[in-house]
Design a protein around this ligand. Sequence first.
Ligand code: HEM
Length: 409
Amino acid sequence: MKKAVTISKYQQAFDTLCNKDLVQSLYGECRDLMDGVLLTLHGQQHTARRNIEFKLFRRDFIRYYEKEIYPLTARAAIAPYRQRGHMDLIDFGYRVNMNLTADFSGIDRPRGSAQETEQLLDIVKKFSEGATLFHSTRDKDEVRAEVREAMALFDQVFFQPSKQRREQLLRDCQNGDISADDLPRDVLMILLQHNAEAQLSEAQLSEAMMRREIGFFLQAGAHSTGNSMVHAFHEISRWCDRHPQDRERIDRDPLFLQRCVHESLRLHPASPVAWRTAACPLSLPSGDEVEAGRQVIVDLQAANTDTDIFGADAHLYNPHRQLESRCPPYALTFGIGVHTCFGRDLAGGSVPRGEVDRDRHYLGTLTRLLATLFDNGVVPDPHNPPQRDADTERNNWGRYPVVFEGGKR
Ligand code: HEM
């Protein structure tokens, strides 16, 4: 087999990701979690699953999520740390985003206890290790066995009770005891509704499939958003040390804070690469001719710092960077094409273009999280520097100690 083709220029990377004859190939290392989930499906099967899940976004879902779900979850997550006066930002990021994504995915936490959160957190962290197994520096079989164990526990403690509660609600709805508007708005509910409509047909999803899909969603939301939050906090804090006037602007201008977050997303894509395999012989926008089965690596990190698009200082953090209008400020960090991140608008918000109606604009959970941190006076711990994560080749933080210094609330 010939060596993989690597694409590093922004526009070529964009066009390559939009090619429907390229099949997802980065997530084959951990089939117990990733087999048949949205991210690994191709063609008609992918379109069908995406169409089912896209129904979740009906009736202004993102605004509902930002206004109703986010504030409660964020307040509950930060309160115990604030009392203590310090925390590890990685831990907080995982915890708050895991709770947010659990709401979105449809996993109940009926006891609401610290022990229940810990248990789900351990499971989701294990799922994240499985999903990013390709970049792991650990023994891969060992990680696979741990993911299987986590999946069994997830099924028993979280998935089955959440599924059974929703099935009962669906029956209540079918019997006219409650209205469709009273059903929970989450992915699991959408999948169960789909199965009820597709009764006994091939379109029905198996229970194991739904379990993997929800497990994948939980990790997709918690892991990427958690890491992105820590990167953004680090970049913004360092920027404001050198530009104190921007610190004040952040406090009064949420759109500027969103711009700061988007610039950090550009520099720190959740996965540094996207991998695809050619389904048939094809020509790439780079001019390379590839045969069926050849690997194509889209280097998102390189594309996001392409100097032709982002300027000579593309590798540096600068929230005042002037952008070409055709390029989103976070570049390719949420992917593009058929596999564009499902949580993009939820996490990143809408991209301001021209005059913005601030009441209708989505800031995204990431910007809201950063605002929550700054409002609470969170700053890097001056006596305890952050450290990189040694268990992965990805450029993530492993430890990020912070302290609370007063704050507005
Ligand atoms: C900062 C946060 C996030 C980043 C940077 C991110 C990044 C990405 C990227 C790059 C992809 C495409 C991968 C590829 O093309 O190979 C993707 C797909 C996906 N993401 Fe995200 N993501 C984030 C948050 C979320 C959240 C919050 C959710 C769910 C609530 C989510 C759910 C998904 C799903 C379901 C897919 C698969 C879409 C498909 O294959 O059709 N992501 N994400």
